[in-house]
Design a protein around this ligand. Structure first.
Ligand code: AMP
Ligand code: MG
Length: 350
């Protein structure tokens, strides 16, 4: 399949009338796959009301069929087509954080393709903020099911070139709207229980959720590696470069020692670091990948997947990574790094 690439300026006026977006929307309506930018990462979209279209997502990504997809909508009225009902807590969260990087799990309506929910009675709903994503959904006039537009197991794409690396020849087209903003995926919360529960940390922080709802719970599987995650996708290995990743806690000295020891044994070594610390590894590591600055962890979130993907352009034996405080956006960063380092109950790939 020839994969078309359209460049679209997210700041342009009247995006719904943009020729590229109209063409991409026509592909969605025809049951084909389109990759598009969101404010979190690039998504791989299909018509969420068509089982045949959604099946193609699983094929293109090599995604396990038990891992449900998030449905993206562009206005509140579309939620009624996708949700059987909207719990009160979900409504509060939608008002506070939509459009934005928050996915609410709600009871699913019958119209939603069975392949979207992977047989569950609930569905994940999100209204993205990115103007290209919103224009595509409006122009297609159907809710769009979309996971991240990477091959299963790989770091999520934050630039169109990442999507191209993984998906060229597998999908109808890529809307290139420049780099994604937040850099890590949406926060996934279950709103069908008494207490709203974080299933996946992401772009909206726990602190932000608690400011709206009071106390929120966490899926025990986020801490306890033996527990079964409530979000099926969280049980899989994910975000992994080809070389093994090892997280080094402690501090800069510990990381430096780990790199030095590996070099002494003759290994080719990558290091995932920050602007503050990169210089330390100059004559030590073979490949240095800078995610962002420790002074502002939002920049680390933004640059994390690009920094991880860069390692695959080299032939490395091992990658060592800095660690970050698991607070605010740091919770999502550490969740992704732990997964990249291969901590999962099972050897399958997302
Ligand atoms: P991705 O599409 O790669 O951003 O991942 C979406 C995440 O949301 C995965 O971990 C899914 O398992 C999870 N998810 C989607 N729908 C549901 C649902 N109905 N119930 C629980 N988790 C879900
Ligand atoms: Mg993903």
């Amino acid at each position: 399949m020839l994969t078309k690439i359209w460049k679209v300026d997210p700041a342009a006026e009247n995006l719904e009338e943009n020729a590229a977006i109209r063409e991409a929307a026509a592909y969605i309506r025809d049951g084909e796959l389109i990759a598009f930018p969101t404010e979190t990462v690039y998504g791989l979209g299909a018509n969420a009301l068509s089982d045949d279209a959604v099946k193609k997502i699983y094929e293109a990504k090599g995604r396990p069929s038990d891992n449900p997809l998030i449905v993206h909508i562009s206005d509140f009225s579309q939620a009624e087509r996708v949700a059987r009902s909207i719990p009160g807590a979900a409504e509060k969260l939608m008002k506070a954080f939509w459009p934005g990087p928050l996915t609410v799990i709600v009871p699913a309506a019958d119209a939603v393709a069975k392949t979207v929910t992977a047989g569950l009675k609930t569905v994940g709903l999100r209204m993205p903020q990115h103007p290209v994503a919103r224009a595509l959904i409006s122009a297609a006039d159907v809710p769009i099911a979309a996971p991240s537009a990477n091959l299963s197991g790989k770091p999520s794409p934050t630039e169109a070139s990442h999507v191209y690396e993984d998906m060229n020849g597998r999908i109808a087209g890529i809307l290139d709207g420049g780099p994604a903003g937040v850099g890590v995926e949406s926060t996934v919360v279950d709103t069908t229980q008494d207490l709203v529960t974080i299933l996946r940390p992401g772009g909206v922080t726990r602190e932000q959720l608690e400011a709206v709802l009071g106390k929120v719970a966490s899926d025990p599987a986020l801490k306890d590696k033996k527990a079964q995650p409530k979000a099926p996708g969280m049980k899989y290995r994910h975000y992994s470069p080809k070389a093994p990743v090892e997280l080094v806690s402690g501090g800069l000295q510990e990381l430096k020692q780990a790199v030095a020891r590996a070099k002494e044994t003759g290994l080719t070594v990558g290091v995932l670091t920050t602007t503050e610390n990169a210089n330390v590894f100059k004559n030590l590591a073979d490949v240095i990948s800078v995610a962002g600055t420790r002074a502002d962890l939002a920049t680390v979130a933004q640059g994390l997947f690009h920094a991880l993907r860069r390692f695959d352009h080299y032939d490395l034996d091992i990658i060592f990574s800095e660690t970050f405080p698991a607070e605010g956006i740091g919770e999502a960063i550490m969740n992704r790094l732990n997964k990249a380092a291969g901590s999962s109950k099972n050897d399958g790939m997302e």
